[in-house]
Design a protein around this ligand. Structure first.
Ligand SMILES: NC(=O)C1=CN([C@@H]2O[C@H](COP(=O)(O)OP(=O)(O)OC[C@H]3O[C@@H](n4cnc5c(N)ncnc54)[C@H](O)[C@@H]3O)[C@@H](O)[C@H]2O)C=CC1
Ligand SMILES: CC(C)CC(=O)C(=O)O
Ligand SMILES: [Mg+2]
Length: 361
């Protein structure tokens, strides 16, 4: 199995190195993987003049899966939009048709007191956010800047984006979410802003239609503003949440804090044939980059998701997850989840601790 590794920017190289280290360690127990690295994001822009070189997309297409770190570099934020690092992750998701983004938010019992919420609110939490990943306002056209031609601000500069979803895009992500809910707690909450936005009223209508094929799944609908509040008030009411690209982006960052840290949330981005790109949900964290401070667990857990979803290697996947749990229980911790009485470590030390826990299994 060939894995394309795309570290990207900021903490990307540090965290992907730990996931590779963990996968390498499993090789001694028979896991057959090889790695090939590619430039992406700001790192690719600096080396080649574009954030997503054709050779990077070609490597992904020639590989069995992609392990991705993060892109984003504040010093490149003044570049024209198409050259900015973030265009690389948007571009590769689109190029590989990775429309289904799974973002599980699980609270490890060892971290129930690491959340900013009371332990009883989050203990035992296990929810899945299914985010549509290749449509919505992130990709809709037209978009741009112009001089307003009408309205009260006529003659002024204005900017605009387009929120749009085609029926096929909603149907396919709805099927993915219903099937996921069927395998879990049997509950699906579709999140939209149907009280205001045409696009999301259409989303609600199509999800309701698809729901008729899943009588065994209990479907509910919630407005996104209420959902943001309910996630803090009573997150355990949810099983699977399905939502569009923009709302899913925001709600999953919010959900990450229920688990203790954004450094804990992995993700899988899949296409129709289960080809996947695996990445932590966070960004390149320039504020802590290069300082050995980042928590690599979200990336290591993303590698576990890769073994499970793309390769069907459940045993290796759960070994990684158990090793993470062992480290949380008795090992050292990075600053984001550190607390009194625990040994403090860095990104690399956390990777080593996970490898050591694997060896002891
Ligand atoms: N998929 C991707 O590649 C994404 C890229 N970005 C980009 O990343 C850059 C930074 O964006 P921000 O809004 O600051 O979001 P961010 O997720 O990079 O960081 C937000 C906060 O969380 C902390 N954090 C993130 N990951 C962490 C980890 N593993 N361990 C410990 N702390 C961690 C950071 O230090 C920061 O304080 C921007 O250029 C943005 O566009 C943002 C989100 C996703
Ligand atoms: C950088 C963005 C395009 C993506 C993002 O924030 C995410 O996928 O979570
Ligand atoms: Mg995000």
């Amino acid at each position: 199995m060939k894995i394309a590794v795309m570290p990207g920017d900021g903490i990307g190289p540090e965290i992907t190195a730990q996931a590779v280290k963990v996968l390498e360690a499993l090789k001694t127990d028979g896991l057959q993987v090889e790695f090939e690295h590619a430039l992406i994001g700001g790192a690719a822009y600096r080396a080649t003049g574009v954030p997503l070189p054709e050779s990077t997309v070609a490597l992904a297409q020639a590989s069995d899966a992609v392990l991705f770190g993060a892109v984003g570099d504040f010093s490149l934020d003044t570049l024209p939009r198409h050259l900015r690092p973030e265009q690389a992750i948007l571009g590769i998701r689109k190029a590989l048709n990775l429309f289904a983004n799974f973002r599980p938010a699980m609270v490890y019992s060892e971290l129930a007191d690491a959340s900013t919420l009371r332990p009883e609110v989050v203990a035992g939490l296990d929810i899945l956010i299914v985010r549509e990943l290749t449509g919505d306002i992130y990709f809709g056209t037209p978009r741009g800047h112009r001089i307003a031609e009408d309205g009260p601000f006529k003659g002024e500069r204005e900017a605009f984006d387009t929120m749009r979803y085609a029926e096929t895009e909603i149907r396919r992500i709805a099927h993915v979410a219903f099937q996921a809910a069927r395998k879990r707690g049997g509950k699906l909450c579709s999140v939209d802003k149907a009280n205001v936005l045409e696009t999301t009223q259409f989303w609600r209508d199509v999800v309701t239609e698809v729901g008729k094929e899943y009588a065994d799944v209990e479907l509910s609908h919630m407005y996104v503003d209420n959902c943001a509040m309910q996630l803090l008030k009573n997150p355990k009411q949810f099983d699977v949440i399905v939502t569009g690209n923009l709302f899913g982006d925001i709600l999953s960052d919010e959900a990450s804090m229920l688990t203790g840290s954004i450094g804990m949330l992995p993700s899988a981005s899949l296409n129709e044939s289960n080809f996947g790109l695996y990445e932590p949900i966070h960004g390149s964290a320039p504020d802590i980059a290069g300082k050995d401070l980042a928590n690599p667990m979200a990336t290591v857990l993303s590698a576990a998701m890769m073994l499970r979803y793309t390769f069907g290697l459940e045993e290796y996947a759960s070994r990684i997850e158990k090793a993470v749990q062992t480290v949380l229980a008795s090992g050292p911790r990075t600053g984001d989840i550190w607390r009194e009485g625990k040994e403090r470590t860095g990104t690399s030390g956390m990777g080593d601790a996970i490898v050591a826990a694997l060896a002891r299994q």
